[in-house]
Write a protein that binds this ligand. Structure first.
Ligand SMILES: Cc1cc2nc3c(=O)[nH]c(=O)nc-3n(C[C@H](O)[C@H](O)[C@H](O)COP(=O)(O)OP(=O)(O)OC[C@H]3O[C@@H](n4cnc5c(N)ncnc54)[C@H](O)[C@@H]3O)c2cc1C
Ligand code: FES
Ligand code: FES
Length: 482
């Protein structure tokens, strides 16, 4: 006789509840299934398209709406990288909800009238990115429109007609008509969403390479789970993890999602600097008054990372823990002299970021430990802090070389990414301050370029990378001397 397997409390739930295009849903999920697969394969909703399945093209863009900082946000995300388990308590809006052939949404009508669509494969993604933008900023300027669309590719129409449609909407359309009444109706319910937080556990579905997916509600639960399952892998946004799942077909026995832990969502100023929680996304950093005022270069850098869709759920802590030598935030965090608060069951410790990267993708994190927050001392106003990134495209491209510099009085710190197995701090500068004329800068730039042995790979040859190091340093010098 078949017996019902006994489950410990942590495996109690395998359902989530959320709103889909205005209607409450309670669904049973395969662990780790992406929102895109969930829509296409489980719900047979095909309006949301799949092209790259790795966050690069934007064809799969959908919008999530949820309470944040006292208001309701509408954010575009790449559904191919967004685990459906993250939808719990949110409103998922897809192109099917916005309009129909008989009753087009104003954004769809504008695209049609400005010839902003041809084969149409990319169009749902553009519609949803524009929807998120116009729901957030009623009359966006061209720069904001371009930023909102930088994560969407179109192979046939040409971007000008899409831009024309967006500009027309921005200028001449009543913003009140952008967010449908059924969306507004859900907003109050999102604030008072009471369903218990759900943990998605194993099901018999073997299609997906994640066996269990858990969502602890607080740091104590997180530490307990990590202690009990030291082999578990943490997922924050999932913008690195889900690429491994979708493209590299990497198997994960257990993913522990910390993105909904409210203790990890704070940005606070304390005596020792700005504390950024591990679940804080790039978008929140860019919107934060604290960061804009105390760490403005971090805001400028975040704007260069990935696309709007990725920034809406990717985190700074994920970029650090991923420990890629070309993680874009790492050189800047090094010159900020950032520290990490690492936590495990019953223990907490702080470590300078410069001691965190041990070797290629190897970090000082121990089993059962997680990054709880990033602590960035607030630099004095007179410190000159800048960062640069060289990539083939302006957006949605990881750098071949990234760097950051801090010049403060006599001291200069230069950090680089893409030139060694880990992000590094140059030692050339320590004895070369103050740097005064162009010749001195040129000599130092040359010395730094010779200090490291960068690899040649698809992003650039070693020689190219050395030239970029020199270019970055000379660019800093020019700006510094005005
Ligand atoms: C299309 C695309 C474009 C991208 N562009 C850029 C770019 O321009 N620049 C750039 O630097 N990166 C880029 N990335 C990479 C990625 O978006 C970033 O590295 C992002 O910051 C990862 O954050 P996440 O929250 O999504 O991490 P996740 O994918 O959730 O996790 C990444 C790693 O960190 C670990 N981890 C996460 N949080 C913690 C924690 N609190 N404690 C311990 N371990 C943790 C996870 O176990 C995993 O190993 C891009 C990715 C995609 C798909
Ligand atoms: S399918 Fe290309 S970004 Fe998701
Ligand atoms: S209309 Fe064909 S890809 Fe954009």
């Amino acid at each position: 006789m078949l017996q019902t397997p006994k489950r410990s409390p942590e495996y109690r739930y395998n359902e989530i509840s959320f709103f889909l295009n205005g209607k409450k849903q309670i669904v049973r999920l395969s662990p780790g299934i992406s929102t895109l697969d969930f829509l296409n394969k489980k719900l047979q909703m095909y309006g949301t398209k799949c092209s790259c399945n790795e966050g690069d093209c934007g064809a799969c863009t959908v919008v999530i709406s949820y309470p944040r900082d006292g208001g309701i946000v509408y954010e575009a995300i790449n559904s191919c990288l967004y685990p459906a388990a993250k939808l719990h308590g949110k409103h998922l809006i897809t192109v099917e909800g916005l309009g129909s052939p008989e009753d087009l949404h104003p954004i769809q009508r504008a695209l049609l009238e400005h010839h902003g669509t041809q084969c149409g494969y990319c169009t749902p993604g553009f519609v949803m990115s524009l929807f998120a933008l116009l729901a957030s900023i009623p009359h966006p300027d061209t720069e904001s429109i371009m930023a909102a669309l930088e994560g969407n590719l179109c192979r046939c129409t040409g971007y000008q007609s899409i831009l024309n449609a967006a500009q027309e909407l921005s200028k001449n359309f009543d913003p009140a008509g952008i967010v449908p009444a059924w969306c507004r109706k859900i907003e109050s319910q999102l604030f008072t969403f009471k369903d218990v937080a759900q943990t998605v556990s194993a099901t018999s579905d073997t299609l997906y390479s994640i066996e269990q997916y858990m969502k602890p509600e607080n740091c104590q639960q997180l530490a307990l789970l990590l202690d009990k399952h030291p082999e578990a892998v943490i997922i924050a946004g999932g913008t690195d993890i889900m690429v491994m799942v979708n493209i590299a077909r990497r198997k994960f026995e257990l993913l522990i999602d910390l993105s909904e832990i409210s203790e990890l969502k704070n940005i606070q100023v304390k005596n020792d600097g700005v504390h950024i929680g591990a679940a804080v996304t790039y978008s929140r950093i860019m919107d934060s008054g604290i960061i804009k005022s105390d760490l403005p270069e971090l805001v400028r850098l975040c704007r260069l990372i990935a696309s709007q869709q990725i920034r809406n759920f990717g985190t700074l802590a994920g970029n650090i823990a991923n420990a890629s030598p070309i993680g874009d935030s790492l050189p800047l965090l090094l010159v900020y002299d950032a520290r990490l608060r690492l936590e495990s069951l019953g223990a907490t410790r702080e470590i300078p970021l410069r001691e965190f990267f041990l070797d290629y993708r190897k970090t000082a994190l121990q089993k059962g430990e997680y990054i709880r927050e990033i602590i960035i001392p607030i630099p004095p106003r007179e410190a000159f802090i800048r960062s640069l990134k060289t990539a083939k495209r302006k957006s949605v491209d990881i750098s071949s070389v990234a760097s950051a510099i801090r010049i403060q009085g006599e001291s200069v710190i230069l950090a680089l990414g893409g030139v060694a197995a880990t992000p590094v701090i140059s030692s050339v500068f320590s004895s070369s301050v103050p740097l005064m004329d162009g010749k001195a800068w040129q000599a130092v730039a040359q010395a730094v370029a010779e200090e490291f042995s960068p690899l040649s790979d698809v992003r650039g040859s070693a020689d190219y990378r050395r030239k970029m190091i020199i270019n970055h340093i000379l660019q800093y010098a020019e700006e510094y001397h005005g």
